[in-house]
Design a protein around this ligand. Structure first.
Ligand SMILES: Cc1cc2nc3c(=O)[nH]c(=O)nc-3n(C[C@H](O)[C@H](O)[C@H](O)COP(=O)(O)OP(=O)(O)OC[C@H]3O[C@@H](n4cnc5c(N)ncnc54)[C@H](O)[C@@H]3O)c2cc1C
Length: 423
């Protein structure tokens, strides 16, 4: 990915600089703020927490996100700190057998400002907890999975903003090099830049090294315990004994990795599916990132899709002097694509969590038989046409190259009516 090549020049300046209010300073908010600032817009970021801190989780920066981070001037800094994975390896839970691998597109190589509400008619005006109003030309709500503004947009459309439990939960653990001292198999994993995915009955595990191969990061999917609250917090504690119990029949490499984590360092969160909203745009307010398309971890695209939103919003708001036009184009380019990727979680979950039996044997055969990265594969991550769609689509370039068409087609855009060009 360090040889990432980009033939798209997006170094344009805003046709009409807007004053943009960005609510939330997560990956989505910061990426769009940076893009807009570079294009010459005035940007105000409102963030409810006093200090931005690491939540202690590794994420995979997929090629579709890396491309846009490059244009924001951030890729080299990210690369300095990142582990660059060479490939993903898909394994059977019981014996660690490698069923197949998938390449990762090698050619691409202060003061708290909690926003409590938007003004009733969704003009570009939001109210802070202090009572103060902040106004601009457009409000971008990048306030995450528990977005207040998402609720407001939903209820404005007469929709109850609800989610549905998937039946799964995820543990998140990190194991340091010290903790695995003396275990050569675990150290080999830590030293190799391969994304590992073990799949087994009712669950799967993703693992990869982070922090210059000094920490092994794992996300472990498993059935949610009956009666557990559907709390979507990334920082709730999980129970190590329960974790060891669920994975007790998995390969001993997996079991020994899990045994190294301290009891207190197991995090667990519930996985809910969020229903698509009728619209992401209401007058001069627009949603982005987890606020409008929270992704389940089967997909590992939440941050990547937020960064795509940022790239498209930056282009759209810079190519016109009309905020409604820009937001309509943004929605027409982004909504269908992001929701399709969001929905792919169901297929991936089913494929990876099959119980042992005939269907599982057929799946494993198909994975073994598929040419690496160049054919149909029951594992969507390794399916070449899905990779082309997910990683190969250049949403910024599509927005700029097809601008006039998109403006014409997004006039009166309604969710199911328009298919964005190029998808
Ligand atoms: C363990 C784990 C692993 C993951 N792995 C991957 C991966 O491999 N690849 C990938 O692409 N994605 C991954 N993701 C998903 C990704 O991290 C998220 O999709 C992404 O961080 C969402 O960014 P966001 O900016 O939309 O939301 P957030 O990061 O939630 O940011 C929202 C911000 O808004 C602020 N805010 C909220 N309400 C208000 C308010 N009313 N007023 C002002 N500020 C407010 C919050 O304090 C926060 O700072 C992973 C997530 C987890 C938890």
């Amino acid at each position: 990915m360090d040889t990432f090549q980009d033939d798209f020049d997006w170094s344009f300046k805003a046709k009409h600089p807007f004053k943009v209010i960005v609510v939330g300073a997560g990956i989505a908010g910061l990426a769009v703020a940076l893009g807009l600032k570079k294009a010459g817009h005035e940007v105000v970021i409102l963030e409810r927490v006093h200090q931005i801190a690491e939540v202690g989780a590794g994420i995979q920066v997929a090629p579709n996100a890396a491309r846009i981070l490059g244009r924001l001037g951030l890729l080299s800094e990210v690369m300095e700190k990142a582990n660059v994975l060479d490939k993903n390896s898909l394994r059977r839970y019981a014996n660690n057998e490698e069923l197949g691998t998938a390449p990762l597109m090698p050619q691409l190589t202060g003061t708290s400002s909690r926003v409590v509400r938007a003004v009733d008619d969704f003009e570009a005006k939001v109210q802070l907890e202090s009572g103060e109003w902040v106004s601009g030309d457009v409000v971008i709500a990048a306030d995450g999975i528990k977005s207040d503004l998402r609720h407001q947009v939903a209820s404005h459309h007469g929709v109850t903003d609800t989610c549905q439990p998937t039946g799964d939960a995820a543990y998140r653990i990190m194991i340091s090099k010290d903790q695995m001292k003396g275990d050569q198999r675990a150290l080999d994993l830590l030293n190799h830049n391969v994304g590992m995915r073990w799949m087994g009955p009712g669950g799967h595990i993703m693992g990869y090294p982070i922090k210059n191969n000094t920490v092994y990061n794992m996300v472990l999917l498993h059935p949610q315990k009956p009666g557990d609250p559907n709390e979507e917090s990334w920082t709730n504690k999980g129970d190590k004994k329960e974790m060891l119990s669920f994975y007790r029949n998995w390969d001993d490499l997996v079991r020994s990795l899990l045994s190294y984590v301290k009891d207190d360092d197991v995090m667990e969160w519930t996985l809910n599916s969020h229903f698509p909203l009728p619209s992401w745009v209401e007058n001069k307010c627009v949603l982005m990132g987890d606020a409008c398309h929270p992704m389940l971890p089967y997909v590992a695209q939440g941050a990547a899709q937020a960064i795509e939103d940022a790239g498209v919003l930056t282009c759209a708001l810079s190519l016109t002097n009309s905020v409604p036009k820009a937001l309509a184009v943004y929605e027409s380019v982004r909504k269908e694509r992001a929701e399709r990727i969001q929905n792919s979680a169901t297929v991936t979950r089913k494929a990876l969590h099959l119980p042992d039996g005939e269907e599982q044997r057929k799946r494993d055969e198909a994975i073994r038989g598929s040419t690496q990265g160049s054919g149909k594969n029951p594992d969507l991550w390794a399916d070449s046409s899905w990779q082309d769609f997910k990683w190969g689509t250049d949403v910024m370039k599509d927005t700029v190259d097809n601008w006039d068409n998109l403006v014409a087609r997004s006039h009166g855009y309604h969710v199911h009516a328009v298919q964005a060009i190029g998808y």
